[in-house]
Design a protein around this ligand. Sequence first.
Ligand code: 13P
Length: 248
Amino acid sequence: MRIPFIAGNWKMFKTKAEAKAFAEEFAALYQGTDVRTAICAPFTDLELLVELFRGTGIGVGAQNVHFAEEGAYTGEVSVKMLEEIGVDYCIVGHSERRQYFAETDETVNLKLKKLLEGPIRPIMCVGESLEQRDAGVLFDFVKGQLEGGLADIAPEDIKKIVIAYEPIWAIGTGRTATPEQAEEMCAFIRATLIDMFGEEVADEVIIQYGGSVKPANATDIMNQDEIDGALVGGASLKAPDFMQIIDF
Ligand code: 13P
């Protein structure tokens, strides 16, 4: 039985003061739900959010991490640093990081392995561009991302990874994938996980859809069999919108 998991990805939005205002507004609206939920925030907001959400059941996630234990990597943050703060999740391989910060399947793989040594659950993003969809290579491309990103990871550890299918053409564009398009790829991802790690493992993996999820389309997306959650960008910045999505 997979528990639905809906996470917000704030990207590079919200100062600490803005994060505090969100948390207070959200806590006032939040009555608890059957779904698991988390906010993935900028590094500078994480410690505050862990404190403010303590005891509420709302998780906190980072949006990136380095794969080394520690070292001369100016500007980077380690898994140990996130663990010390009490972060629950960490996004890995978001398409914006792949596009602007040279994230590759190899670095995704290294980051996943490092995170899996400890308690933080990775949220691994995959998804094709519009050109790849139009050229009909979307399934091959996502399969390659899964094979590269998940290489040499033990099946027991695979269960701890959340996979987020985020078609690049649907991110921040207002152009959501149809529920059928999202379901088709999420089903393909599950089938690929079955091939790679067996049915028992693949059955437990939470697969999210991300890309222009908003209150108006959350129900249709969440009602799909193979979609277990959502990774929400823009609509997670407003507490009432994110609340409505969680209450889908
Ligand atoms: P939007 O919901 O703003 O399209 O962003 C999706 C996303 O990239 C979540 O990680």
